[in-house]
Design a protein around this ligand. Structure first.
Ligand code: BGC
Length: 910
């Protein structure tokens, strides 16, 4: 029995102690310390019990797996007795290592099922008899519990957004809840443990509702789509409190129109995701969500509270929200304040982000202050909201005249760096102002830094951009009248985001949103999910249908996501096939969207259509890419005839594509632009006979024609640095990555960017120029993969097997990166000077990695040390250490295999 083996970091469905599980076969993952080298798991035992005490007595009354000979420590499936709604199960796990040593049991963890059958919702959907758009209703109900409470759960689905209160306090810390879905297809409910809040005696429930996306109407939709979204309706909710008393009896408190629920208009008199919130503090109803409120207020106030009405339930099925809720994840303090004009105060929050501000202030009753949010400033120092297009992004607060008032909005959010306060007489009225950073509360898992400050700033901006665009779906931008989850952006952005954040649950949910848009007959998907606009049948670059589940498999070893989506992915590929003539995609869409303006068609679509690459090059390349990934997925799922079919298909696409677009005389694809040549190169579509000339053309285009600048759009920029590094042109990739003149990421930073822009130009006028757009930060994956060298592998998904192979450009002396993977922390750091090259590596328990030690240039006499001991030289030929296995001596690297543990490699010359 060894202590350091004891499993830690227990996860069920990627969460610590999840409440309200939707699946009846949850999956378990665990880690162990990696203090022992080359330590892996040979067996495990899971015990699941109905109580903590039975678990500590090692009684698996729900499931005792017994000793299972298996190395699987990620996503092990539940095989216990059938799941029971609302039941909490306690679990622990112990493991045996590769030397047969047995661990202690882990500490106890738990998971709890949600309401597994929609019939268990016995309450009614309720709302107001007449809703005024934007005015947030307050619902309340008193109830008395006359016994001691053992356990209580609140299940609530309130759309667009809800806040739940019990006995005067807000329940939980979620904001902008529940997550956005196509409400015609599914709606999400949330589970809270409220056992500690309810009391024996008088209790009260309060529910405040906002429009959210459900009620969202906006002039912009008429402008862009010609109508409002089809699922628009007034705010409504269903709620159920399941209460168990100490004596074993049960009671349920429900939303309905018969048991005394009342509704009244609240102090939020306008709320809109795009436009902001207006709050009249004079209309606050102090104590409305506490017990016996009506007995404490005057009669003329009581009559404002009307009976609730039963309303139609949304068409979508009701499902538990398993992904991480949106929360306030950080508070930030403004870096400066200016007063461009009398009575106008502009606060600089120091960085662009998504959220709002919280104010402590005072003012005369009935006077108001406005908070105008923006990403950029006008020349006169006031906020410039032009690039927000139709979004007004303004919160308004009307004072009730108290000595100190506190305000922050609830049912809106903004993408901003600056906030301008207007309407105040004097700045001393503002006691405090803080920025509230709001996003899906997923964990940040990646960190990167190096000896080049610009790269560090670019990396930080990419993370900041991702962080601003995770709001229950991966949005394109957080500020203007859009904020959609574009599939084409996600095709290229997903990998970067997975290196930076834990997105297993959020992307699993978003894949449902994507499949919800699929046309059952055609197999097509929409271009935004949940579908809002533009194309219900998207163009042919919506490959995220296939790319995202595949990446989830690679990052988390998640086979289930492949199984669940296989049919849909396959029918999307069929759709593409039907849209092709001789394997060349027939239709066009936005192609390699929004390259530098110098490369685009001016005058059309905000100058975002590329002029340097035909759409069909892009769409057909993605068709090929999709077919190759489907082949791998079919192999993984052991669907052999499909695998062969996809293999054949990709071969046919490749031949047709080369025939149509490749010019053997010039060795260029189509126009010979960077995108035209690099994408087929990335995908391996180029025959070996032409590869080096094609690469030469690409390099010439970058270096000579464009003086080391990119010309690519949003669908190919991601692959540019990767192709160059992979093909031995890492120095050129590094120069592009650190370029500071237009168009480049460095140009954005030089112009004050703290998040990545949508356009390569520094635009601030009305139009399509968000300053916080993940689609141009997709090279973020290159930092981890090529500079730090951390590559996931197809064989050994979920980082069971991976590679550390840093590419060392001239001009960089040090790189450091960490990724907290599903199996534990991977750390890679290298430092070089003229004579030595040092690598510090950390490999998690139960993982194997191939480590590539770069050789010193121009030196033929060298050796590799580990922990100060010489373990390899050319002369020694082969030294096999217990923990470190020499694999091969390549032209640029010496390659070893290691297991878990800490390693310090050093290449030295003699
Ligand atoms: C979105 C982009 C998207 C594009 C596609 C834009 O409005 O912001 O992120 O790629 O439309 O047409």
């Amino acid at each position: 029995m060894i202590c350091s083996l004891k499993p830690i970091g227990l996860l069920c469905e990627y969460s610590i102690n999840p409440l309200g599980l939707e699946t009846t076969t949850p999956r378990f993952s665990w880690k162990a310390l990696n203090t022992i080298r080359k330590c892996s798991q040979s067996a495990f035992q899971i015990i699941i019990s109905s109580s903590e005490s039975t678990l500590s007595a090692d009684e698996g009354d729900i499931w005792d797996s017994g000793k299972v000979e298996s190395s699987q420590s990620v996503n092990v499936e539940y095989k216990g007795i059938p799941a029971k709604s609302g039941s909490r199960c306690w679990w622990k796990v112990k493991i045996w290592d590769n030397k047969g040593r047995e661990s202690l049991f882990s500490d106890a963890a738990w998971f709890e099922f949600g309401l597994l059958n929609s019939k268990e919702w016995i309450g009614t959907w309720i709302g107001e008899s007449s809703h005024v758009y934007g005015v947030s209703p307050l619902f309340r109900k008193d109830f008395c519990l006359n016994k001691e409470i053992k356990r209580a759960r609140a299940y609530i689905c309130g759309i667009g957004y809800y806040e739940l209160y019990l006995n005067g306090d807000k329940v939980g810390d979620h904001v902008l809840d529940p997550g956005w879905t196509d409400y015609n297809k599914r709606v999400l409910y949330v589970t809270y443990d409220v056992g500690g809040i309810l009391i024996k005696g008088d209790n009260a429930i309060g529910v405040m509702l906002g429009e959210g996306w459900y009620g969202h109407t906006h002039d912009s939709f008429i402008k862009y789509m010609g109508s409002q979204p089809s699922w628009n309706n007034t705010p409504r909710f269903i709620l159920q409190l399941n209460i168990e008393f100490e004596d074993g009896s049960i009671t349920k408190i429900l939303s309905d129109n018969i048991s005394g629920w009342k509704v009244c208009k609240g102090p939020i008199i306008q709320n809109s995701i795009y436009d902001g919130e207006k709050y009249d503090a004079r209309l606050e109803k102090l104590g409305w969500n506490s017990p016996n409120y009506f007995e404490k207020i005057a009669n003329h106030e009581v009559i404002n509270w009307e009976d609730v009405v039963k309303v139609e339930r949304p068409n979508g099925v009701i499902e538990s929200q398993v992904m991480e809720p949106i929360k306030v994840v950080e508070d930030i303090i403004p870096t400066s304040m200016t007063q461009p004009f009398k009575g106008i105060y502009v606060f600089d929050m120091g960085k662009n982000f998504a959220g709002w501000v919280r104010l402590e202030l005072n003012g005369l009753i009935g006077t108001e202050t406005q908070m105008k949010y923006a990403e950029v400033l006008n020349e006169d120092g006031t906020v410039n909201q032009s690039n927000l297009r139709g979004a007004k992004a303004t919160d308004t607060y009307i004072f009730c005249g108290k000595e100190q008032e506190v305000y922050e909005p609830r049912f809106t959010y903004h993408g901003f760096r600056y906030v301008q306060l207007e309407g105040l007489v004097d700045v001393s009225q503002i006691r405090n102002i803080i920025g509230r950073v709001v996003r899906s509360s997923v964990a940040k898992v990646g960190e990167f830094s190096c000896s080049n400050e610009l790269l560090n700033q670019i990396h930080a901006s990419i993370q900041q951009t991702e962080s601003s665009n995770l709001h229950s779906v991966p949005t394109d931008c957080p500020q203007r009248d859009e904020r959609m989850a574009w599939l084409n952006d996600m095709t290229v952005r997903a990998e970067e985001s997975l290196y930076n954040f834990d997105l297993a649950n959020l992307y699993t949910k978003w894949m449902k949103d994507v499949i919800d848009t699929q046309d059952e007959e055609l197999g097509s998907v929409a271009d935004t999910a949940p579908y809002f606009y533009c194309g219900k049948i998207a163009g042919h670059i919506s490959s995220s249908v296939i790319v995202v589940p595949w990446l989830l498999y690679l990052f988390y070893g998640d086979r289930r996501i492949l199984e669940q989506n296989y049919k849909s992915m396959k029918s999307y590929l069929d759709f593409l096939k039907n849209q092709s003539d001789d394997y060349i995609i027939r239709e066009n869409y936005c192609g390699d969207w929004a390259p530098p303006k110098t490369e685009s068609m001016i005058g059309d679509c905000w100058d975002a259509m590329p002029a340097n690459i035909p759409h069909q090059v892009i769409t057909t390349c993605y068709f090929y890419y999709d077919a190759t990934i489907m082949e791998k997925i079919a192999r993984e799922l052991k669907k052999h005839s499909d695998e062969m079919e996809f293999n054949k298909l990709s071969g046919l696409i490749k031949d047709a594509f080369n025939k149509r677009f490749f010019d053997t005389a010039t060795c260029n694809y189509s126009t010979g632009s960077q995108a035209c040549n690099l994408f087929p190169l990335y995908l391996g579509m180029v025959s070996d006979d032409y590869k080096s000339r094609l690469l030469k053309n690409l390099v010439e285009d970058i270096e000579q024609k464009h003086e080391v600048h990119l010309t690519t759009g949003n669908q190919t920029t991601k692959y540019l640095l990767e192709v160059l590094s992979r093909e031995g042109l890492h120095d050129l990739a590094f120069k592009l990555a650190t370029q500071t003149t237009y168009p480049s990421w460095g140009y954005m930073i030089a112009n004050g960017a703290t998040t990545i822009w949508e356009r390569w130009e520094n635009l601030t006028e009305n139009g399509m120029n968000s300053h916080n757009h993940p689609m141009n930060g997709t090279q973020g994956a290159w930092f981890y993969k090529y500079l730090a060298g951390i590559f996931y592998e197809e064989i050994g998904a979920g980082f069971e097997k991976f590679i550390i192979k840093p590419y060392i450009p001239n001009g960089l002396n040090n790189v450091q990166a960490v990724i907290e993977t599903i199996r534990g922390k991977i750390f890679s750091e290298w430092k070089k000077d003229t004579l030595t090259f040092n690598m510090e590596i950390e490999i998690p328990f139960n993982c194997t990695a191939e480590i590539y030690i770069p050789k010193l240039e121009g030196n033929s006499n060298y050796g590799v040390k580990e922990g100060g001991i010489l373990i390899w030289t050319k002369e020694m030929k082969y030294t096999s250490d217990e923990d470190i296995v020499f694999l091969r001596n390549e032209s640029k690297y010496v390659v070893f295999e290691v297991g878990s543990g800490f390693y310090n490699f050093c290449i030295v010359s003699f």
